[in-house]
Every structure is written in C-alpha cells, then in structure tokens.
Design a protein around this ligand. Sequence first.
Ligand SMILES: Nc1ncnc2c1ncn2[C@@H]1O[C@H](COP(=O)(O)OP(=O)(O)OP(=O)(O)O)[C@@H](O)[C@H]1O
Length: 465
Amino acid sequence: MSEAGYLLLVDDEPAFRELAGSWLTHQGFTVRAVGSVQEAVDAKATHGSPDLVLLDLSLPPFFDPQKTLMSMSEFHDSPVIIITGHAERELSLAAVSQGAWDFIAKPVDPDMLAVVVKRALSKTRLERELKRLKSAATQLGAQTYIGISDNTQKIRALIERIAPTDVRVLVTGPSGTGKEVISKAIHDASGRSNGPFISVHCGAIPSELLESELFGYEKGAFTGAERDKQGLLKLADGGTLFLDEVGEMPAPMQVKLLRVLQEGSYYPVGGRTLQTIDVRVVSATNADLAELVKAGTFREDLYYRIKGVNIETQALDQRKEDIPILLHAFMRSLEQHQGRSLTLAPAALSWFRARVWPGNVRELKNTLESISAICVDGQITLDEISLLNFQDAEVEPTLPQIELNEASVQADFNLTLEQQVQALELRLINQAMAKTGGNKTQAAKLLGLSRQGLIKKVERYGLSG
Ligand SMILES: Nc1ncnc2c1ncn2[C@@H]1O[C@H](COP(=O)(O)OP(=O)(O)OP(=O)(O)O)[C@@H](O)[C@H]1O
C-alpha cells in the first residue's frame, strides 16, 4: 500500500474505473477498482479497510435510493465519497446527510477528484490521530493512581472506562488511600480535562458559609455582600466538581445540592437570575454512606444521585505489594524537589513493607519524606528510620538479617503456603529466643521486630514466655 493511501473505487462502468483508477494511481494512491458493492465487501474482507471509498450511487442492482444509501454502512470505518450523475443530486445530498464525506458529479474532473480525495484523507488522519491522543491521555490520567495490586489495577481499568463518559462517580475507602487522586485522574482522562477541577471539602466549610461558597451570592444578599460573587458551582462549569467528604455535608445543603443535580440550575444566594451549569460530579467519602442513609443523616435520594459508579479503595495493609512501587514513585518526585538522587537500602524497604500503615498511602508518603530529609548522601537506611524513633513501630517479621538458603527452607507441599510461613516464623522465633537466652528485647532486635510485636507472636503461637 502506498503512503498516500489505499482507495477502493466502486463503479459499474469499466471505462470510468480504468480512467479514474489511472488518474489516482498517478497521484500516488493505491487503487483497487471493483464493479459492485458485493465485490467491494469482498475486497475489504481480503485486503482490509480502505483509507477511502469512492462509491458510485447508480450501481445496479442497488439502483434503489434506500438500498444504495444502505450500502454505505458496509464502509462505516472508512470515509465515503459519492460519485454521482446529475439526476441523483437529491440522493447525493441525502448520502452526505447520512455520513458520506462529500460527493462529486460525473463527468469527473481529475484535478477536482484529487483535491476532494486528499482533503477527505487528511481529515480522517487528523480524526484518527485525535482519537489516538485522546486514548493516550485517558491512560495517562489513570497512571497517576500508582500500584500493582489487583485492586489498584482494577481501579485504573475502571478509571479508563468511565472517564470519557459523564457518569457520576462515588469514591469510597479509608482515609489516605488516594480517593482524590482517583477523582482527579477521572477528570484528567475525561473530555473535560481542559475545564476546571474544583474541589469542595464539604466538612471543612462551616455550614452557614457552604451555601454561599457553593452557589455564590448577589450584591446585597446579606451584610457584607458588597458585590456579586461567583460560587464554586459556577467556577466548575464545563469541568468537574469534586465533593470531598460528601458524608459531612449539612442536611439543609443536601436538599439544595439535590435540586442542582436534578435540574442543572440554581439561584445564587439573594439572586433572581437562574444560573445553569454543566458539571460532572465526582464525590468521595471515607464514611459508609449507606449506613448514614440508614441512620437518617444522609438523604437517600441524594445518595442515589451521586452514587453512579462506586469505586472502592483498599487500605494499604491489604495490598502491601503496592508499597515498593509507591515508594519508588515518591522517591522520584522527592529527587526532583531535593535536586539529588535517592536510594533505599533493602533493609529499609523491608521495614516499609512490614510496618502497619493506619494512615495508608498518605502516611507512607509523609514518612518517606521525613526520612529522606535527614538521610546522608541520599541513602535511606535503617539508621535514619531509627533516628526518627520509628523503631517502636509495630512491625511484622521481615527476616532481613537472617540468611535464608535453599537448605534452610524445605518446601512441604502437604501444607499451605501460609502454614509453611507460620512454621518458619515459629522456628526463627525459637532460634532467636534460644540464642539470646530468652531475652525478648534482644530476640526481637535479632528478628527486626518490636518487643511488643514479638510478645504478640509468642502469645499467638502459644510459646512459653
Ligand atoms: N495510588 C496512589 N498513587 C499515587 N499517590 C497516591 C496514591 N494513593 C494515595 N496517594 C497519595 O497519598 C496522599 C493522600 O491521597 P488522597 O488525598 O487522594 O487520599 P484520600 O483517600 O482522598 O484521603 P482523605 O480521605 O483523607 O481525603 C496524596 O499525597 C496522594 O498523592
């Protein structure tokens, strides 16, 4: 196929096929000329979709206007240029209104034909490029939500699916698990990405101010309202309105917001001019909204209005496999801020993996930031971690100091992985206790555990203390 493009010429007149075929071949196009729609369909099946179809309207046995128009749908994935005799002008117009790119009348002028074909091809190329860029932007948006766990991957896939639509989204999950990151990613990957992303923290704005913050006000609406002020809803027009901690929205505001979501319009405080807005609403909460509905503190009708698609994040402790890749990403961005490169010692990585993170990714990120701020030569080791008094943190066994080789870990496939890990844990605890003469503080240190952590394990396994 030529660079210029592959054209499928469908015309029942052999002389015209030959003539137009040779003009277009001279222009550098690859031309396949056929005499009927059926042959064109066969050519498409054998050689793939053409870049453009030139279709004669008066093809027998299709010389029935409706059938001819219907034949265009065979080529829905390629632009179609209609070739027509004068008598079929009306039909040509109908074809264009049904999606044909253009029409050209017989007798065909070769220069005009070349111009029409080139214009159609360049427009289709631009459209395809735009489509490709849009889909790349969608994927890029989702990539900001980092992680490799199943849950994180599913969420990324969901972001890619729903971002291009206008469906409302409710992101739920524990604090610090990236609900805002997800909401922003949905915006960035959507057709609204050039519009604003306005975030409203529903619990942080005092209830008496929330209405004027959201709806804005008109001059004189209340004492101190000296001029008109646009609200956050208007600022979000054409973009995304992110309602963070939506479960904390005061009851009177819930009614007003519901009306806006139902009608797409509202009056500013003290105003008489109806404002209309076009926003996509994405909400987030770490509360159980369904429970709040049951308890009567959240309106059921509003709940169903904002719910749309529900994305649920997981606590970081349920997806520890995300920790290394999150650390890696945060370190790369810290490197940019600090203007130096950072490395993470394997023992320090084990510590990060083993620790319990009640504040989830936010806590992980902040902890890395503090530790990296005090590290020497950009190397993050256990020294910095203990300098910041993290050694008392609750940790799970990481076994970094213990040499494990093939011989020391004999697989027993009659047991599950979990049972074997427990057996190994038990053996190592016993060894450490024996080595330190039963001194729990020293044994815990040997195992990289807190004293408290070791005691819990000793109790869990029923070992004598
Ligand atoms: N999967 C992730 N990828 C990249 N950064 C993340 C991820 N999860 C969380 N973060 C980071 O963690 C911090 C907290 O994230 P975010 O504010 O989105 O959490 P949240 O669930 O909305 O928290 P809250 O419920 O407290 O408002 C941010 O700095 C964010 O960049």
